[in-house]
Design a protein around this ligand. Structure first.
Ligand SMILES: NC(=O)c1ccc[n+]([C@@H]2O[C@H](COP(=O)([O-])OP(=O)(O)OC[C@H]3O[C@@H](n4cnc5c(N)ncnc54)[C@H](O)[C@@H]3O)[C@@H](O)[C@H]2O)c1
Length: 92
């Protein structure tokens, strides 16, 4: 059983759709964090969010290329209530 030690925390996982980032996003959510899944592959990000929410987690997807200034601004300046409690950022 996972602990809920990240309840009320928010995590942004860039490259969070697949692979290591995808697994990291799911683990953070399983431990109670609200997770913003940022990925250049918007469809895969949405699928990972569906996996997370389907198991009771809280997550949102954002398609963005974090290799560009525009892509970074897309997630770092987004006016999402979920970001209000941001305390941790994981960038890969
Ligand atoms: N898999 C391993 O065993 C391993 C080991 C050591 C290091 N690494 C390194 O870790 C990194 C991730 O590996 P992985 O296996 O999880 O890769 P992956 O390809 O499975 O996942 C990478 C994710 O990042 C996303 N992404 C790529 N470029 C992006 C961009 N510009 N903006 C937003 N999202 C972007 C992809 O869409 C994908 O969802 C790679 O640099 C890899 O070389 C992997």
């Amino acid at each position: 059983m996972n602990s809920q030690r990240l309840t009320d925390r928010v995590a942004i996982v860039t490259g969070g759709a697949l692979g290591i980032g995808g697994a990291t996003a799911r683990r953070l959510a399983a431990e109670g964090a609200k997770v913003l899944v940022v990925d250049v592959n918007g469809d895969a990000a949405a699928r990972n969010v569906a996996t997370i929410t389907g198991t009771g987690g809280v997550a949102e997807a954002l398609q963005a290329d974090v290799g560009t200034e525009q892509g970074v601004k897309a997630w770092s300046t987004m006016p999402m209530p979920v970001l209000a409690g941001l305390r941790s950022t994981l960038s890969r």
